[in-house]
Design a protein around this ligand. Structure first.
Ligand code: DP6
Length: 321
């Protein structure tokens, strides 16, 4: 009873920020993301009557106790569905550094969901996998389907799942991740969701969301890169405005984050169309079209040459291997 799965991380263009139900991880708003080609997790799960407890191993790093507990909790969810009580051995590795500003919980829990459910012969469809992955980490629901993905808000668990809007080859959008800081973040993403409602700007953000999602989908449909990029960058700044004004304030940016943001604005002024986004951390994702990748990498070489850079294209979602 063994299976191996690989799943990509994803970058949210419209962010998931704030939950209407903590336990079920139901988001207050719909979010939209792209699966990343060069940031993925590969996980093998084996259930066996020979195992006397669950064991979790990360071959390229160290998992904290809390992280291991979260994985066991998810195995329990899947065992419950399969009505199986066997212990498991989990071996996992990421293709990217853990504190790179790329969501390892998204790729990690998507790969774990697919590997564990397949090892237990559950034969789940994409919607079911997305719902179960969501219960472990909201953004993991978006790492199950392919390419450009929408995760629907809903007040019921069965209706809050992600599905593919377009396959990866729909549009050559790139996500160049610039790791400006390697340190782990001071406040986890899960905790940041809880603080969101304390900001006076949170309500305004949510009221505006349905319209933003609609306009963004329209821009995506027309492959209007200018509008797509404007919304992506504005949305990231909007989320960080809420973070900055929550109690206590969450400031994930460092001097290098701000300095790269300013560079991006300057490059844009000079005619290179590139936009940034960032999650709950200091590292920036630069979003551009294929034709500008070379130019951006050369610009980055001048002032950010010492930073690790990961170039991503749109990718498929979770797969068994
Ligand atoms: C800021 O999915 O990591 O990256 O459900 O608590 O695991 P949990 O949260 P998570 O939140 C992601 C938040 C974000 C924006 C996004 O990816 O949509």
């Amino acid at each position: 009873m063994k299976a191996t799965a690989t799943a990509p991380s994803n970058i949210a263009f419209i962010k998931f920020f704030g939950k209407m139900n903590e336990e079920l991880r139901l988001p207050v708003n719909t979010s939209i993301s792209m699966c990343l080609s060069d940031a993925f997790t590969t996980t093998t799960v084996e259930f066996s009557p020979d195992y006397l407890s669950d064991s979790i191993e990360m071959t390229d790093g160290i998992l904290s106790r809390a992280e291991k507990e979260r994985i066991v909790e998810h195995l329990d969810r899947i065992r419950k569905i399969a009505k199986n009580r066997l212990f498991a051995k989990v071996v996992t590795r990421n293709s990217f550094p853990k504190s790179s500003g790329i969501a390892s919980s998204a790729s990690g829990f998507a790969a774990l969901t697919l590997a564990a459910s397949s090892a237990l012969n559950l034969n789940l469809n994409e919607k079911e996998l997305s719902i179960i992955a969501r219960l472990a980490s909201g953004s993991a629901s978006r790492s199950i389907p392919d390419g450009f993905v929408e995760w629907k808000k809903s007040n019921t668990s069965q209706e809050s799942y992600a599905y593919s809007l377009y396959p990866p080859d729909y549009w050559d959008i790139y996500d160049i991740v610039v790791v400006v800081e390697k340190e782990s973040k001071p406040v986890t993403t899960t905790d940041s969701h809880k603080l969101a409602a304390g900001s006076p700007f949170y309500k305004t953000r949510i009221i505006d969301m349905d319209n933003k999602v609609k306009t963004f989908k329209h821009a995506l449909k027309r492959k209007d890169f200018h509008l797509t990029g404007e919304i992506i960058e504005g949305e990231a700044l909007n989320m960080h405005a809420v973070m900055l004004t929550s109690h206590p304030p969450l400031l994930y940016w460092t001097e290098k984050t701000v300095s790269l943001m300013k560079e991006v604005w300057q490059w844009r002024k000079n005619g290179t169309e590139v936009y940034f986004t960032l999650d709950a951390g200091p590292n920036l994702h630069l979003i551009c079209e294929e034709k500008t990748v070379k130019n951006i990498l050369s610009n980055l070489g001048k002032s950010f040459g010492q930073c690790e850079i990961i170039v991503n294209k749109p990718a498929n979602g979770a797969r068994l291997i």
